[in-house]
Design a protein around this ligand. Structure first.
Ligand SMILES: [Cu+2]
Length: 131
């Protein structure tokens, strides 16, 4: 009977599998890379939108700003007077202290077009188009 060698090999494989978890090291199972930029699961880039308000006038990323559905969005507003920014539809608000900058961060997971404005003297900042 010459089968002792096979039993030992099977045991070694099992030990190797059990030791696989525990570290956060991301190793792609089975590399199917076709090129350096061929990412399989495209991670959506963070879209940073910046608007500056001086004397009731908005400059910067005003007008219509389009972001892909599901992407993380940062909207920063810098204002000379204290105010509050409001992202309609997503209902995000943030107080902006005078001569300061404030941001809202959210995931654009609702398709549509949404007004972003300052609330106090209503200053339209931009229209966020998601989709
Ligand atoms: Cu509003």
């Amino acid at each position: 009977m010459g089968r002792v060698g096979i039993a030992i090999a099977t045991g070694a494989v099992l030990i190797g599998v059990l030791g696989g978890c525990g570290h956060g090291t991301a190793t792609a199972p089975g590399s199917s890379t076709t090129g350096p930029s061929a990412g399989r699961a495209p991670t959506l880039a963070v879209h940073t939108i910046s608007v500056k308000v001086r004397g009731g006038k908005a400059t910067g990323d005003t007008g219509k700003v389009t972001v892909p559905l599901g992407s993380p969005v940062v909207i920063s507003v810098s204002s000379d007077v204290a105010d509050e920014m409001h992202v309609h539809g997503y209902e995000r608000t943030v107080k902006v202290p005078a001569a300061s900058t404030a941001s809202v961060v959210f995931t654009a997971n609702k398709p549509g077009t949404f007004e972003v404005e300052l609330e106090n003297p209503q200053v339209p900042l931009l229209q966020l188009q998601v989709g």
